[in-house]
Write a protein that binds this ligand. Structure first.
Ligand code: UP6
Length: 260
């Protein structure tokens, strides 16, 4: 899986979002996902305006935005079109199917309307995927959480394995996994989205664990790399996004060249 280039893997997918994401990465030559964890919609839009050309995916936590309006989404989607990136709402759904289908398509944020893909926990069982499969249009995707980056998380190897098995029943819905290890899944048509990445390995004060680009891409099999504070909290986020983009892409090209 990890030795195949993105453009080849784009041909293998059954999920339309995975196909688009692989294609965007290959075309724009970037596997950087920016996690815009800011609480002001103007700050988010300013940052995305500056770094949009360097990313394949923008990851939101829409429920932390303090001044949410529908117009914010209109503008975010305009930037997505202009710069050719996709939008992932990192909602980490984790309830019974019925509730999740309401959370996904109703309420203030109407996530189903605008997010190309969402994150979902496998914890409640398959009903959560059935619900999303029924309410999502055909051009939507799910990243299923198979592992987490945070210290002391309660996910076990058995849970991870059962998560990967569950995903195999929904090939048209599943874009990939949020996970940390290369061995977690084999299917080259699915995407490994890996958070917990900064240029130096470190930790934050609340249990987040950071690995380097080299480690997550060359050793651990990451395909799309999520960077939040590494960019958002930098003195010059735009310049830092370019540093991340270049470093991450170099690791990817090294990996697919097979000369490790
Ligand atoms: N995230 C993780 N670890 C996971 C899953 N998701 O950090 O296992 C998300 C967080 C945050 C982002 O919700 O939005 O990825 C990481 O941000 P950071 O780079 O600022 O730590």
């Amino acid at each position: 899986r990890t030795l195949l280039p993105y453009e080849k893997r784009a041909e293998l997918t059954s999920n339309s979002i995975a196909k688009r994401l692989f294609t965007i990465m290959a075309t724009k030559k970037t596997n950087l996902c920016l996690s815009v964890d800011l609480t002001s919609s103007t700050k988010i839009l300013d940052l995305v305006q500056k770094v949009g050309e360097h990313v394949c995916l923008v990851k939101t936590h829409i429920d932390i935005v303090e001044d949410y309006t529908d117009n914010f989404i209109v503008q975010l989607k305009e930037l997505a079109q202009k710069f050719n990136f996709l939008v992932l709402e990192d909602r980490k759904y984790a309830d019974i199917g019925h509730t999740v289908s309401l959370q996904y398509s109703k309420g203030l944020y109407n996530v189903a309307d605008w997010a190309d893909c969402v994150t979902v926990h496998s914890l409640p069982g398959e009903g959560i995927l059935k619900a999303l499969n029924d309410s999502a249009h055909s051009s939507r995707g799910v990243f299923l959480l198979a592992e987490m980056s945070s210290e002391g998380n309660l996910i076990t190897p058995d849970y991870t394995e059962a998560t990967v098995k569950m995903a195999a029943k929904y090939p048209e819905l599943i874009t990939g996994f949020v996970c940390q290890k290369k061995s977690t899944f084999k299917d080259p048509s699915l995407i490994q989205l890996t958070p917990g990445v900064q240029l130096e390995s470190s930790k934050d004060e609340l249990g987040q664990v950071y690995n380097t680009p080299e480690k997550v891409i060359l050793e651990n099999g990451a395909d799309v790399i999520v960077v939040g504070r590494g960019i958002v909290s930098a003195k010059n986020p735009e310049a830092q996004a370019v540093v991340y983009k270049d470093t991450l892409w170099k690791c990817y090209t090294k990996r697919v060249s097979g000369k490790l």
